[in-house]
Design a protein around this ligand. Structure first.
Ligand SMILES: Nc1ncnc2c1ncn2[C@@H]1O[C@H](COP(=O)(O)OP(=O)(O)O)[C@@H](O)[C@H]1O
Ligand SMILES: [Mg+2]
Length: 357
């Protein structure tokens, strides 16, 4: 691989192919357990999962900061598994506080190309180009600690882009920002990523962030991939209870499936899904539960409690011994005595089947 050609040609997004990737730490920790994953050119793919599930380790393996115990990493068609980090044309964006506080914006961004010992004029051009990409062309002389959190994060991004990476890696880049700013900066990152068409792997443990910015999301658990899919597929057709619970919240109610409809305690609702007939676990999203109107089919439930939150009311019901959580919009209901029987229906969009437990 000739890294100077990518330098003059600008950003050349690549594919990333992880094959049987395994990473052990010591004897007992399997941080990444035989992962196969193909990342398309120009896509933003997010690794989502609880702390310790192996997300950062995968990024560090792709970047070349860790050596795999087994398996391969291909960038386009190059097997880079044994290539040192600085020859991979890959760069990582961290939280904004990874900036050097004693250097101005220009110097922070220039750092990556100075390390690569590029000529002075090229360094200047590339820093200007990178700052322009993130909308900070006039900020070169500013001190980084005089910038807002969002601007600092953009400097961190420019510092990565100045390398003209074939793949951009993000490790929880927003965790240092407050909630409002997180939303803005994540939209910045997404629109920049789309504009540049740059292949990106993004790590977060925040499911909303993952859904909001990704082309595809990989849900991880203990070093393995639980499911890969678009945000919509993961939300509407989670492959496991873990995914259903991790992305949004979910109720799990025992039922029966006959290929055309689900039966929950005698409430039959049409449903078609690639699933064997027989006992099933019916996953129902809280927002998919409604009160059945007069004459409408529904399942009998016992009202337990509710909390009025303005736009929605949160209810807890008992359905056949299972506590069920429902978020119902509007003014809620008039019957409000604990122990009252109500009839509920499930909206198709928020119903999916899982194997029985
Ligand atoms: N350098 C290391 N030495 C030993 N164990 C490590 C090291 N880095 C990560 N681990 C372990 O590997 C697992 C995955 O960690 P990590 O990839 O950081 O997870 P995540 O980023 O999803 O929170 C964890 O059990 C963690 O403790
Ligand atoms: Mg991590």
């Amino acid at each position: 691989m000739d890294s100077t050609t990518t330098v003059v040609k600008g950003i050349q997004p690549a594919t990333v192919d992880l094959r049987g990737l395994l990473k052990r730490f010591g004897k007992d920790v399997v941080a990444v357990n035989d992962v196969d994953l193909f990342i398309e050119r120009g896509e933003l793919l997010t690794l989502l999962g609880p702390s310790g599930c192996g997300k950062t380790t995968i990024l560090r393996l792709i970047a070349g900061l860790e050596r795999p115990t087994a398996g391969q990493i291909l960038i386009d068609d190059d097997d880079v598994s044994r290539l040192p980090a600085y020859l991979r044309d890959i760069t990582m964006v961290f939280q904004s506080y990874a900036l050097f506080p004693h250097m101005n914006v220009f110097e922070n961004v220039a750092y990556g190309v100075r390390v690569a010992k590029r000529p002075k004029q090229e360094i200047e051009e590339r820093v200007h180009e990178a700052l322009a990409m993130v909308g900070l062309e006039d900020y070169g002389k500013r001190a980084t600690n005089a910038l807002s959190g969002g601007q600092q994060q953009r400097v961190a991004l420019a510092r990565a882009l100045v390398i003209r990476p074939r793949v951009l890696l993000f490790d929880e880049p927003l965790s240092n920002l407050d909630a409002k700013l997180r939303k803005r900066v994540r939209e910045d990152i997404r629109s920049l990523q789309q504009r540049l068409g740059i292949t990106s792997v993004y790590v977060t443990h925040d499911q909303e962030e993952a859904l909001a910015i990704s082309d595809r999301v990989v849900v991880m658990n203990q070093g393995i991939i639980e499911q890969i899919g678009s945000p919509h597929v993961l939300y509407t057709r989670p492959a496991s209870r873990f995914v259903a619970d991790f992305i949004g919240s979910a109720n799990f109610i025992p039922g029966h499936y006959d290929g055309q409809a689900i039966d929950v305690l005698g409430y039959r609702r049409p449903h078609v899904q690639d699933m064997a007939s027989g006992p099933v676990t019916v996953m129902v999203r809280p927002e998919a539960i409604e009160f059945a109107r007069e004459g409408e089919e529904g399942v009998e439930a016992t009202y337990l409690s509710s909390a009025y939150l303005g736009p929605v009311t949160e209810f807890i019901f008992d359905i056949g011994g299972v506590e069920v959580f429902a978020t119902i919009s509007g003014l809620g209901m008039s019957v409000a005595e604990r122990g009252d029987t109500v009839r509920l229906r499930f909206n198709e969009a928020g119903v999916s089947l899982l194997p029985p437990e």
